[in-house]
Write a protein that binds this ligand. Structure first.
Ligand code: BES
Ligand code: ZN
Length: 454
């Protein structure tokens, strides 16, 4: 056993207590009342990086929430790994559904419950501790590392997008490493080679100048809520096919090799049904569930604000309605083009009796990485040594916008080596992180650095 692994195993309790301190900071990036907590989390992380032995530690203030940078670059002739993560978290609402407070980490049955425990504080911290273990036990790292950790992944990532093109030299590396994804079960490690992209849309439909009496005006003035219902029904058919003309034009077909690999994937459909609580799986019948979840594009409505929702009834034609929707994209769909196609189509199906306003608020390309590159092989053996089982390769349906930007702007491929589990409830109440995965994450990271440096 390497001395660094031994060090990590002897310091588990300290590492866990530090993680708890990190989790106590409510760094919710979308809510302005948490701006001070965002700053606090950035400083906390910077100090932890300094203490781990990283150098050039900086909290970089920019257009939005700060970025945290650190490096260690003394492994001459060895490759450089750029490690990315995010210290911001999703809002914890609805609070009343949490069994223990979201920002008071609590351990139950080998899981720590806290907002951000799995997504992503508990995952990014793995690499800080791996660096510490290597530096404290060997005095050096087998490779060069750079960290860039952002504070607004959950709210658009504007700061990092602006930072990348201007700091190509600072961030130059051979490969990127991100732990912000999951694995199918505690025994089965995974490497994610594909992520979906995203196009997020705010839609406003306005009709009458003010709410109207539905008796006096109903049947004569169109109702924006009814119009929205018709529109949604024309965006996607009942089997899940998206009806926007041109939407699928650039979708790269799945190869026979990939479909075969996905078919071998140890996917437990029964467990998936239990976890989601849906009566049955649904979606494009020509694709398997696993393909629909990661390798096919989707369109979903996330929220509708409109009309009367208070107690009792109110007979009104609402003056306006707002809806939030998004499309998850796959290679090679272009998020900007998808935004245009969506806008054209919705404008075309808008009846002249209402007005529509469309705002595209988020756009990120899908990504797919080369699962045969050397860094991926180093990740395969690091996971295999740590978990005692070869990792599976999987596509993930969620989005990590920076992966596409790393490729386009820095020319980097990314290794997505994540330690989340399907039941982690990320973005939901009672988010949790499996503690053995925190420790195995640290060990996997150490072995990745050692293996990739060889
Ligand atoms: N860590 C997630 C991405 C993810 C989700 C990985 C599910 C594995 C499983 C990430 O923090 C996230 O939630 N991303 C957002 C991005 C969006 C706001 C642009 C997402 O996918 O909704
Ligand atoms: Zn995340």
């Amino acid at each position: 056993m390497s001395t660094a692994i031994e060090y990590a195993q002897n310091h588990r309790e300290d590492h866990l207590n530090e993680l708890f301190d990190f989790l106590r900071i409510p760094s919710v990036s979308t809510q302005p009342e948490h701006d001070a907590d965002i700053q606090k989390a950035a400083r906390w992380l910077a100090e932890a990086m300094q203490a781990a032995g990283l150098e050039n530690v900086r909290v970089i203030q920019g257009v939005g929430h700060p970025l945290v940078y650190a490096d260690w670059l003394h492994a001459e002739g060895k490759p450089t790994v750029l490690i990315y993560g995010h210290y911001d978290v999703q809002p914890a609402e609805p609070f009343e559904l949490w069994e223990s407070p979201p920002f008071e980490p609590t351990v139950r049955d080998d899981f720590v419950y806290a907002r951000g425990s799995s997504d992503d504080k508990g995952q990014v911290y793995v690499h800080v501790k791996a660096v510490e273990a290597l530096l404290k036990s060997n005095g050096r790292l087998p490779i060069n590392v750079k960290f860039i950790v952002e504070g607004e992944e959950e709210s658009g990532g504007a700061s990092l997008s602006a930072f990348l093109p201007e700091n190509k030299t600072l961030l130059a590396a051979d490969v990127a490493l991100i732990s912000d994804t999951g694995m199918p079960s505690p025994e089965q490690p995974a490497l994610v080679y594909g992520l979906r992209g995203m196009c997020y849309v705010l839609l406003d439909i306005t009709g009458p100048r003010r709410d109207l009496h539905s008796g006096s005006f109903g049947g004569g003035a169109n109702n924006p809520l009814n119009v929205l219902g018709h529109m949604i029904a024309r965006l996607k058919d009942e089997e899940g096919h998206i009806l926007i003309p041109g939407f699928y034009d650039r979708v790269r077909p799945l190869t026979a090799e990939e479909r075969e690999m996905l078919a071998q994937f140890p996917f437990d459909e029964q467990a998936w049904l239990e976890e989601t609580g849906v009566p049955e799986a649904w979606g494009e019948p020509e694709y398997s569930l696993i393909e629909r979840l990661g390798a096919r594009p989707t369109l979903d409505v996330h929220g509708i604000i409109g009309g009367y929702t208070g107690p009792g009834g109110k007979t009104v034609l609402p003056a306006k309605v707002h809806a939030k929707l998004s499309m998850r994209l796959v290679p090679d769909q272009d998020p900007a083009e998808i935004g245009r196609l969506f806008t054209q189509y919705v404008e075309a199906i808008t009846p002249p009796s209402v007005r529509v306003n469309i705002e595209i608020t988020g756009a990120a390309p899908a990504s797919i990485s080369d699962w045969k590159m050397p860094a991926m092989q180093a990740a395969v053996s690091a996971l295999e040594q740590t978990f005692g089982k070869k990792p599976v390769f999987m596509r993930e349906g969620g989005s990590i916008p920076v992966v596409g930007e790393f490729k386009d702007i820095l020319g980097l491929e990314t290794v997505l080596m994540g330690f989340g589990l399907p039941g982690d409830q990320i973005h939901a109440p009672n988010e949790r992180y499996y503690l053995p995965n925190f420790y195995r994450g640290i060990e996997s990271s150490i072995r990745f650095f050692e293996g990739y440096g060889r």
